[in-house]
Design a protein around this ligand. Structure first.
Ligand SMILES: Cc1cc2nc3c(=O)[nH]c(=O)nc-3n(C[C@H](O)[C@H](O)[C@H](O)COP(=O)(O)OP(=O)(O)OC[C@H]3O[C@@H](n4cnc5c(N)ncnc54)[C@H](O)[C@@H]3O)c2cc1C
Length: 219
């Protein structure tokens, strides 16, 4: 839920989740990175690996976890080679590095589009409540503005129709929207198109935008 930070302990070899630790406290509402970082560092001390998705939330609290545990984070992995060796993009995805961590605790963020989804149901993990409350008192939730769309989510869409500066203006993106709706596609844009003010920045695809992994990309 919204007020719940959950830490799952996955037994990698058996590929099952054995136990789910639930930390349900207002301090973790809206995933404030400062508080979550302290919580996960505290709970994570007893584990060999701490993983989170390299999304908005994970990119916020995981580097804090790594700093608190005094280990180097391995970011945005695309493949797991072994328990200490991971494959990740470097230089804006222009090269792929295989990195080995000798830290005692591996703090790793994962690129979700690089892995096959697993079933979200059918588990039989034990659920344990944690009563660890970490409130760093450093940040406070003010508000959030979420973009709403009836089209598929860019990051997980099977088809993406994307426009750049060649579209000339924001109105012309309507043509892409019509094509996209016929195909059940998401609509994306280049950074140049976003910077030019044609479309909002939640549509940006790429290194500084959203990482996409469609079967078909039309630009
Ligand atoms: C650190 C960094 C991070 C970046 N991150 C991103 C990112 O996350 N995502 C991203 O998209 N970019 C990113 N960029 C920018 C990227 O390098 C390119 O500059 C940008 O993607 C180009 O966008 P574009 O193709 O829309 O624009 P342009 O390069 O201007 O290309 C527009 C094309 O449309 C053609 N055209 C113009 N008018 C017409 C017409 N009437 N009919 C047909 N064709 C026409 C032009 O000839 C041109 O080929 C980043 C850059 C930097 C430095």
């Amino acid at each position: 839920g919204e007020n719940c930070g959950a830490v799952a302990e996955a037994a990698a070899k058996a590929e099952v989740v054995n136990k789910v630790l639930v930390a349900d406290n207002a301090a973790y509402g809206h995933f404030l990175g400062e508080n979550l970082g302290e919580l996960v560092a505290e709970v994570g001390k007893g584990y060999s690996h701490i993983l989170a998705a390299a999304g908005t939330v994970g990119k916020d609290f995981m580097p804090r976890v790594a700093a608190l545990l005094d280990v180097a984070q391995v970011s945005d992995i695309m493949r797991v080679e072994s328990e200490d060796t991971f494959v990740r993009p470097i230089y804006a995805g222009n090269a792929i590095a295989t990195v080995k961590s000798s830290d005692s605790i591996k703090v790793v963020t994962v690129r979700p589009t690089a892995f096959d989804p697993v079933a979200g149901e059918g588990g039989s993990a034990a659920v344990e409540q944690l009563d660890v409350v970490k409130d760093a008192g450093l940040s406070q939730f003010v508000n959030e503005e979420l973009a709403k769309s009836d089209r598929p989510d860019l990051a997980s869409a099977g088809i993406v129709v994307s426009g750049g500066r060649g579209m000339q203006n924001g109105d012309n993106f309507k043509m892409l929207e019509q094509v996209a709706d016929l195909m059940g596609a998401a609509v994306g844009a280049s950074r140049a198109a976003v910077d030019a003010g044609f479309v909002p920045n939640d549509m940006q695809v790429g290194q500084t935008g959203k990482i996409v992994a469609p079967q078909l990309y039309i630009a």
